[in-house]
Design a protein around this ligand. Structure first.
Ligand code: AMP
Ligand code: GLY
Length: 424
């Protein structure tokens, strides 16, 4: 089969790495890809949200399946575009249509969905500028800290957690009346703060049945000890030690089953990944958010642990016979550490030459913000590459990642030295 992966990050490099192991692969394309995917697939430089360009690539290269990495093409309707096009409609897309993508595209929609299907999540209400005063009143019924979420996509920045009521009211007003996050904050979800430890569970579904993939924990803050600004993710580990069988069976019964059933009941034919961001509150799982894609850098620890053919699972999604498929997961732990550009997640420089990659031994290097310039690998983004290793323990896997990181360098390279610190 010829497969096209849309996207350009570490997640997409990990997809390409895993799919390239499949015996069923003929040609693998990544659009637009990066310097890492260039080594194992053919990069095609288009923007994945330009659906006419995607169509051209698919027809020219006789693509048999499209795997969508990031949320933007899904939320903008790439799957619907395929179904509406005579030449594309028989080509499976791994990723939901617009109706399913709303689980990530609208926090208000996802909260309503969870409420309707009795899925445990923080108590909430949604507000617009027309009922700002009621928003203030709702805040007064909650205890600090206060959680405000812009309804729409806000590049991962739309969630504010505030310690004082006064601040929360001021920010709510900023979001609703001054469009702090543009249109994304014309509706704001206010919710109860959940006190616990976070993890993510990944589900692949064909709309009827599902597979639960390995769990992972991501480290989102830029600073060690989980301090400083939020990033896309600075590292991850899988599996999550506290997500034992007892906890995971609660996740399956209380969250995964009602989510997949709820989508079906609501007439949403969902074929793709569901990334469930969870809070473990005293042993009980609560949903913080849904994403309609895999996580990055979580994919860089989840996929390497899957020993079977990922394309076989994707075919199960495409042909709605996922229930007949099975897959194996290694017992080994994987860890990944993200190397980032100095200054990220604020302003940073690009175009720095990356050296030492040829000396890496025993780790997988997943490129994120990299590109080839005169045959040299240079930085082209904030998150530059993820160094993934296997081990019998978190410590062992991390030791390998960090040993290899010592061999890699670029100007102003930064990374967290404490991934997994809270789990040891
Ligand atoms: P989200 O974009 O919804 O994942 O929110 C971003 C981050 O805010 C999450 O990863 C959590 O760390 C935090 N967060 C979101 N909602 C809550 C909540 N209700 N209680 C505590 N922390 C939250
Ligand atoms: N690492 C978090 C995310 O992909 O949303």
């Amino acid at each position: 089969m010829n497969i096209l992966i849309l996207g350009s990050g570490g997640r997409e490099h990990a997809f390409a790495y895993k799919l390239s192991q499949s015996k069923k692969i003929n040609q693998l394309f990544v659009a637009p890809g990066n310097a890492g995917t260039d080594k194992i697939a053919t990069n095609i430089n288009i923007n994945p949200t330009n659906f006419n360009d995607v169509k051209n690539v698919v027809l020219t290269n006789e693509i048999d399946m499209v795997v969508v990495g990031p949320e933007a093409p899904l939320v903008e309707g790439v799957h619907d575009f395929f179904l509406a096009d005579e030449e594309l409609k028989s080509i499976p897309v791994i990723g939901p249509k617009k109706d399913g993508a709303l689980l990530e595209g609208s926090k208000d929609f996802s909260k309503q969905f969870m409420e309707k299907h009795n899925i445990p999540t923080a108590r909430y209400k949604s507000f617009t500028k027309d009922n700002l005063t009621e928003g203030f009143k709702f805040l007064e019924t909650l205890n600090a800290p206060y959680v405000l979420k812009a309804d729409g996509l806000a590049a991962g920045k739309g969630v504010l957690i505030l310690n004082s009521l006064e601040e929360a009211k001021k920010e709510l007003k900023e979001m609703l009346t001054n469009q702090k996050f543009g249109d994304a904050s014309s509706t704001v979800v206010i919710e109860e703060f959940l006190d616990g430890i976070e993890l993510s569970v990944f589900v692949l579904t064909d709309g009827k049945s599902y597979k639960i993939l390995p769990s992972a924990k991501d480290y989102k803050r830029i600073g060690e000890g989980d301090t400083g600004l939020n990033t896309g993710g600075m590292g991850a580990i899988s599996p999550v030690p506290f997500a034992n069988n007892d906890f995971l069976s609660k996740v399956e019964e209380r969250i995964v089953k009602p989510t997949v059933d709820g989508l079906q009941k609501d007439g949403i034919d969902y074929r793709g990944f569901i990334f469930i961001g969870l809070m473990n509150v005293n042993g009980n799982p609560f949903v913080i958010e849904y994403n309609v894609r895999m996580g990055d850098p979580e994919t860089e620890v989840v996929l390497p642990r899957i020993e079977s053919d990922l394309l076989d699972l994707f075919e199960g999604v495409a042909h709605q016979n996922l229930a007949e498929k099975s897959f194996n997961v290694t017992n080994k732990t994987t860890t990944t550490v993200m190397l980032v550009s100095g200054g990220y997640p604020e302003a940073y420089e690009k175009g720095k030459e990356i050296s030492g990659l040829e000396n890496v031994e025993g780790s997988l290097v997943f490129h994120a913000g990299t590109k080839l310039e005169n045959n040299k690998v240079v930085t082209s983004g904030g998150r530059v590459m993820a160094i993934t290793s296997f081990g019998d323990s978190i410590e062992e896997a991390l030791a390998t990642s960090y040993k290899n990181i010592d061999k890699i360098s670029f100007d102003k390279m930064n990374y967290r030295r404490d991934i997994g610190f809270d789990l040891k």
